[in-house]
Design a protein around this ligand. Sequence first.
Ligand code: CO
Length: 472
Amino acid sequence: MANKKVEKKPVKITETVLRDAHQSLIATRMTTEQMLPIVDKMDKVGYHAVECWGGATFDASLRFLKEDPWERLRKLRDGFKNTKLQMLFRGQNILGYNHYADDVVEYFVQKSLANGIDIIRIFDCLNDIRNLETAVNAANKEGGHAQVALSYTLGDAYTLKYWEDIAKKIEDMGAKSLCIKDMAGLLTPYKATELVTTLKKAVSIPIDLHTHYTSGVASMTYLKAVEAGCDIIDTAMSPFALGTSQPATEVMVETFRGTEYDTELDQDLLSEIADYFRPMREQALESGLMSTKVLGVNINTLRYQVPGGMLSNLVSQLKEMGQEDKFREVLEEVPRVRKDFGEPPLVTPSSQIVGTQAVLNVVSGERYKMVTKESKKLLSGEFGQTVKPFNKEVQKKCIGDVKPITCRPADLIEPQLESLEKEMEQWKEQDEDVLSYALFPQVATDFFKYRETQKTKIDPTLADKDNQVYPV
Ligand code: CO
């Protein structure tokens, strides 16, 4: 009797060390120079994709590292000859915190693909799929892979039926794959079985699970998800894994070895790559860039359903106000504000909006006595539709008689590219500069000025050589 052949269903691995992992653990401060020497080896692994761009990396490059993010992308593309490159894209918010006109979204997608991105992971903080349409259509038009990510969250409205319905809509709108984006680490292992089983029945496109280790369950969640048919999991090389980052790549690879899900990735090669990143971790720990606060398990994320990044933001906001003793009160206020605001998932930018409002509600001593501009915008429908209605009383107190909008917010935004081009033309050195400016006008302008100064900087080695100065 022949041995029963086990059908192979290798799970695919998306490596996040060049994006989410360092965004989660060291405030997005990994530089291009730190990335490039290891690209060659990473390219040989056989990852499904390497996530390396978008999210907060764009802002952080311009603002803190004085690097052109587009230049980073081109350099990574040069190095990764065989591996797909992936970015994270916030739907109509692109990589910023506001809604942009369709022409800016389309141009950004086009330029991202032209500079080397293969897979664009697109999400909306309210899961309002109208906010995804323009980006998905643009990616499809340009021949890119549009992956739509559902912002995973808990709450009365978020039933299996809800996820099933929205997944079907996403497949219908032309997404090539579907991601469950669990930014807070709320998806527990047996819930993952349920969710993935449901989604696999609902759609035929591949399913990717993205979670964070914050609450300590992430690798168990991946195991159950893969057993239920999840096609792709997101992991980070061990020196930048765990804590608020992803489960470790090497651990997940070993977990599935010899099973039908075997990734067949080379553990020796992974080990060499880990050796490269380890000193970077040690250095970050020594300098305090990586703090023990983001490592370990934070069970408050499960108790309060608050993402790890949001917890640390709340702490620093309260610190600035000298009101750190109010932390617990604020944590308890977060779910209440979230409910008043239509129970949105908590992910950029909704996490900042809800978090800041919760802080104000507590420190001002009266709920909604002080209201941020962003809270008003959210309650006016300017970010899109929430899964549940707003608390009418709160809405009235915050926006008065302003009539909320119900259409797709970007329908009310006139094309912006032409005027942006005019505003920044004196700084333009490449087509992409207008997009940096569109997202972060002040930060990009500061960067352009810095770039100018670099051009006229004197190279001391040349000056020494023959006592002359050369611009480099
Ligand atoms: Co993430």
